[in-house]
Design a protein around this ligand. Structure first.
Ligand SMILES: [Zn+2]
Length: 132
């Protein structure tokens, strides 16, 4: 089983974007990278942290902290007009809350408004001292 491969791929593209962004700054050290992960991406936090640690080795990001924030799923129901938080159920196998795409009010299939994104929220860096 290669559980975690998905996270490695996602983290690779995230880090490419972060490193690209850092090129525009004189960065001495990166302290923290903060991500927002929608619950519908089904990305594992442990797998992401692991991928982050491996993939940042030898880069300016080595030794920085990865902070993962979860974005709750919000849905809209075309049938009854429900608008709000998706229904979650407890997945016993992974002991986590998993969103369902059935309307909490009428049970119809809903449209997802929020919860699919995977974005870099912020990067905390120590900039190089620029001589005055
Ligand atoms: Zn509904």
């Amino acid at each position: 089983m290669d559980r975690g491969m998905h996270e490695v791929g996602v983290m690779t593209s995230i880090l490419e974007a972060v490193l690209e962004e850092l090129k525009n700054h004189k960065v001495q050290k990166v302290e923290e990278v903060r991500l927002t992960i929608g619950d519908l991406t089904y990305l594992g936090e442990d797998q992401l942290s692991f991928a982050f640690e491996i993939l940042t080795r030898g880069t300016i990001l080595e030794g920085s902290t990865l902070v993962v924030e979860h974005e709750e799923v919000e849905v809209r129901c075309p049938t009854c007009g429900y608008d709000g938080r998706a229904e979650y159920y407890q997945d016993e196998m992974y002991s986590s809350n998993v969103p369902t795409l059935n309307c909490p009010r009428c049970g119809s299939r809903v449209d997802v408004v929020k919860g699919k994104s995977c974005t870099v929220r912020s990067i905390k860096v120590v900039e190089e001292d620029v001589p005055a």
